[in-house]
Design a protein around this ligand. Structure first.
Ligand code: ADP
Length: 448
């Protein structure tokens, strides 16, 4: 059994994990950089350890310091949250070598899914539908032939990709050479690896992802889908569960494909299988081997605490539920509250002068922010998540409109006004949007 968990993260997700630990009666250790000494997760944890100066690579990404913090405090497990070291296979290996439990999948599975070419090949082998594309790496020598086989437009993507970097579209043969060169150099700069592959470029897909959890012994379930099509620069902004585009049969069919794949893999822990969805077809793009930012909407409609499940599985206690126990109830929407200008998305760090979180039935706010909190400029600008649940999508939207009016964050700019606009938009009300909708909307294109 796990008795003390070190949370190797910061911000709202550190708090989220801490809450689950408290409920399970597990002691907690917070780690923090010098910039986060006053953070809420540090205040609420049983113990805390300063692991370095503000830059992430010297603190939250510093494996040596985190392992030392485990040894000092006697933590027997680490929850990595999302981002930072959550998909770092070396970190999982090192913890294991020190006899510390990594709350996540095996290092082997992290590696398998971390390389996108291998991930796609693995997914295909497990019976998951994938985007048509190159068999492996694309080079200047084989690019043209590969693109002709796939058919233009094509998308060139970094093997080591993440955050939409190293991704370039070639609409025609004339664009190919430049797209390939730019993608390769961006990939080399961002990931230290210039390798790229090629996919059919889908014109108007939705981004739909399936939440899975496995026990590492061959049992696995799915918890339905999340629609994350509302994106800006490939970053999710608003997510909902269920997807307005799927019916029950489609949900259960793709969910079962994913759960079966995870059974075959003997996947351990929580994971998300991401798809593009167009004309009734699903196309795998990647798998994230960790908890995701938007996991609370799945929790809202299933009533299952995903962090509890992660901890149970990591302790060898198996899953608390089987597929038949999962009932999807109502509709949930998450808005990511970023400390950013709502139009330009330029970060807006600074001190929060007033903070009032909304409440009432079906409302959840995951945030470490409070009045007087100074947002450090060094990290991601996500300061909180607003999750609203209703019996139907219509009720959920009504509630969201009311809740957005109640939310007060003064002293900095936030993305709250954007959500006030979106909740009144007819396309959003109808659930009628694809992955490009938000970019067009922000560019003032009302015809989209
Ligand atoms: P990353 O790991 O860099 O985030 P993903 O493979 O998850 O890359 O893709 C991120 C986003 O890029 C998707 O949500 C989608 O908006 C877009 N995208 C990815 N692959 C395609 C494709 N084949 N066609 C059209 N858009 C795509």
């Amino acid at each position: 059994m796990i008795s003390k968990i070190l949370i190797a993260n910061r911000g709202e997700i550190a708090l989220r994990v801490l809450r689950a630990c408290k409920e399970l009666g597990i002691a907690t250790v917070a780690v923090h950089s010098t910039a986060d000494a006053d953070a809420m997760h540090v205040r609420l944890a049983d113990e805390s350890v300063c692991i370095g100066p503000p830059p992430s690579r010297e603190s939250y990404l510093n494996i040596h310091q985190i392992v030392a913090a485990c040894e000092i405090t006697g933590a027997d497990a680490v929850h990595p949250g999302y981002g930072f070291l959550s998909e770092n296979a070396k970190f999982a290996d090192i913890l294991e070598a020190h006899g510390i439990t990594f709350i996540g999948p095996t290092a082997e599975h992290i590696r398998l899914m971390g390389d996108k070419i291998t991930a796609k090949q693995t997914a295909e082998g497990l019976g998951i539908p994938v985007v048509p594309g190159s068999d492996g790496e694309v080079t200047p020598e084989n690019a043209l032939e590969t693109a002709r086989q796939i058919g233009f437009p094509v998308l060139i993507k970094a093997t080591a990709g993440g955050g939409g970097r190293g991704m370039k579209v070639a609409k025609t043969e004339a664009d190919l050479e430049e797209a390939l060169n730019t993608a390769r150099s961006e990939a080399a700069a961002a990931f230290g690896n210039p390798a790229v592959y090629m996919e059919k470029y889908l014109g108007k897909p939705r981004h739909i992802e399936i939440q899975v959890v496995g026990d590492g012994e061959g049992n696995a379930i799915h918890l339905g889908e999340r629609d994350c099509s509302l994106q800006r620069r490939h970053q999710k902004v608003w997510e909902e569960a269920n997807s307005p585009a799927l019916n029950v049969d489609q949900r259960m069919e793709i969910g079962q494909v994913c759960a079966d794949a995870m059974k075959k893999m003997k996947y351990r822990g929580a994971g998300t299988i991401e798809f593009l969805y167009e004309n009734g077809e699903f196309y795998f793009i990647e798998m994230n081997t960790r908890l995701q930012v938007e996991h609370p909407i799945t929790e809202a409609i299933t009533g299952i605490d995903l962090v509890h499940e992660q901890i149970r599985v990591a302790s060898g206690g198996g899953l608390s539920v089987s597929q038949e126990d999962i009932v999807f109830q109502g509709h949930a929407i998450e808005c990511r509250i970023n400390a950013e200008d709502p139009r330009t998305f330029v970060p807006s760090p600074g001190t929060i002068t007033h903070f009032h979180a909304p409440g009432g039935l079906g409302v959840r706010v995951d945030s470490g922010a409070y009045a007087g909190y100074k947002i450090p400029p060094y990290y991601d600008s996500l300061i909180g998540k607003l999750i609203v649940h209703g019996r139907t999508r219509v009720e959920c939207m009504m509630r969201l409109r009311r809740v957005l009016d109640e939310f007060v964050v003064d002293g900095i700019k936030t993305t709250l006004p954007l959500f006030q606009d979106l909740v009144d938009n007819p396309d959003i009300a109808n659930g009628d949007y694809d992955i490009h909708w938000l970019e067009h909307y922000l560019a003032g294109d009302k015809t989209h």
